[in-house]
Design a protein. Structure first.
Length: 70
């Protein structure tokens, strides 16, 4: 089985929101880094675990780290 980042930020929807999963579990939808960090905090990640640009931790699918302005 291939190694996979534990956090996946899925491609942006038309409104710029992105679905977030951790190890296959759906956490919800985020529209920016602040919302993403809150979802991760609720899932048990500490601040030290939230290096959003670390490809070993976060896989950004469909678009690089970023958010579409609404």
């Amino acid at each position: 089985m291939a190694w996979q980042s534990p956090i996946v930020v899925h491609p942006p929807a038309a409104d710029g929101a992105r679905r977030i999963t951790v190890r296959g579990q759906d956490l919800g939808v985020a529209r920016g880094d602040r919302e993403l960090r809150e979802l991760l905090r609720r899932a048990g990640f500490g601040e030290a675990d939230m290096a959003l640009d670390d490809p070993h931790l976060v896989e950004w699918r469909g678009a690089p780290h970023g958010w579409t302005a609404t």
